[in-house]
Design a protein around this ligand. Structure first.
Ligand SMILES: [Zn+2]
Length: 237
């Protein structure tokens, strides 16, 4: 008994044990390092955009899904973004009572020049607010007199689950209803809405942020468009 206990604590055995701990620690530390956004997604293959475009033009809207038309607009916008070598994400604002698309946009982060703010939803709201030019005037005779955050009856659709930046922007804009086609498991904030700071959560109280009611085919196209861009001429950067 005594002998076997001594063997267990031999210097060589201790060294081996320490080495194992070190390796375990290093591998755990490596795992906990957060991956770059989108890094776990395979890159868009050359020719894939053409394939997506062909499938999108051949896509027959399914009337059983109430968000099909609006999501089709967002995916078409996403394709435009991808073809410009921006992000393949699109968004639109729809008047609920009529189904009219009142604004549409896509990601413009990289072309014509880098703009870290121009995610599709941000560009969409920029365009809408620039058009409306609403003020906080308390003078009812002012033609723009209105609560600028009164977005009643206006729904925001996007091809991808909004990120944290876009969720807070949407909350701040006053939009209360949001539907997205593809989920973003790594960067999406809709699924993590409860993790927002308390005041943003309060401001967004009663909001609907849900996966869109669209066909699985359209949802799959939206997901395929959300990929690190294939930069054919960008080998040196
Ligand atoms: Zn975003």
């Amino acid at each position: 008994m005594r002998n076997s206990r001594c063997l267990k604590y031999r210097p060589a055995a201790l060294l081996k044990k320490a080495l194992c701990f070190c390796l375990l620690f290093l591998s755990l530390a490596g795992c906990s390092h957060p991956p770059a956004i989108g890094s776990s997604l395979p890159p868009l293959r050359p020719g894939e955009l053409d394939a997506i475009e062909r499938e999108l033009s051949a896509h027959l809207s399914d009337p059983r899904y109430p968000d099909e038309q609006a999501i089709l607009v967002t995916v078409r916008e996403g394709l435009k973004g991808a073809k410009e070598r921006n992000g393949g994400i699109g968004a639109c604002l729809v008047r609920k009572s009529t189904g009219e698309v009142i604004e549409q946009a896509h990601n413009r982060q990289y072309v014509p020049y880098f703009r870290s703010d121009l995610h599709a939803e941000m560009d969409l709201l920029d365009r809408y607010e620039e058009k409306m030019k609403l003020t906080r005037s308390s003078d009812p005779n002012n033609p723009t007199f209105r609560n600028p955050r009164n977005m009643k009856g206006i729904v925001l659709y996007t091809s991808l689950e909004p990120c944290p930046m876009c969720i807070t922007r949407i909350i701040n804009s006053g939009v209360k209803e949001v539907y997205y086609a593809a989920t973003d498991e790594e960067g999406g904030m809709a699924q993590r809405f409860d993790n927002l700071p308390p005041s943003w959560k309060r401001m967004g109280e009663g909001m609907v942020i849900k996966p869109a009611r669209c066909s699985p085919e359209l949802r799959a196209l939206a997901a395929r468009l959300f990929r690190p861009m294939y930069m054919a001429v960008d080998h040196n950067h």
